[in-house]
Design a protein around this ligand. Structure first.
Ligand SMILES: Nc1ncnc2c1ncn2[C@@H]1O[C@H](COP(=O)(O)OP(=O)(O)O)[C@@H](O)[C@H]1O
Ligand SMILES: [Mg+2]
Length: 133
């Protein structure tokens, strides 16, 4: 079973809406308040990156249920400039804007699975999953 929902990211208000959606979906999946906070922080970081670096894009939230295992997947996608140096980006301390969530390495730590697909001049798709245990 999968359940999808999404928020288009154009303005800073859309970042707030994406966080809210993520919190609600995490709650429905059965995540506790601490994990809900982890998931919303990850969504904030990814949505803010879309807003800042790509201008627009979308956050999709997928609720998963596989063989009795529940989880949530965040898909952040844009058709922006792409990320030139992924290896540096995943190094702690590379993050420039000093946000609370510690940038992309922070997102990777907050979630269980983390994948970046990016191509210069084409865009970026980041997929991050957290499982309920
Ligand atoms: N969606 C994106 N499109 C293009 N570049 C991006 C995107 N997300 C991140 N980046 C690049 O990766 C860098 C690191 O992102 P991040 O770890 O969130 O740190 P910060 O946003 O604080 O700089 C950004 O400074 C930006 O250059
Ligand atoms: Mg960032």
């Amino acid at each position: 079973m999968e359940y999808w929902s999404s928020v288009d990211i154009y303005t800073e208000w859309d970042i707030v809406a994406a966080r809210q959606l993520g919190r609600n979906e995490a709650k429905k999946s059965g995540f506790g308040t601490v994990d809900q906070a982890r998931i919303t922080t990850a969504i904030s970081e990814l949505a803010r990156n879309i807003y800042l670096y790509a201008g627009k894009g979308k956050i999709e939230i997928k609720r998963l249920s596989e063989d009795g295992l529940n989880g949530i997947t965040i898909i952040a996608s844009d058709e922006g400039p792409g990320i030139p140096d992924m290896r540096n980006v995943m190094t702690d301390g590379f993050s420039t804007s000093g946000g609370l969530g510690a940038g992309m390495p922070g997102v990777k730590r907050l979630m269980d699975e983390f994948k970046v697909e990016t191509e210069l001049g084409v865009g970026t798709i980041i997929t991050a999953t957290k499982w309920l245990r």
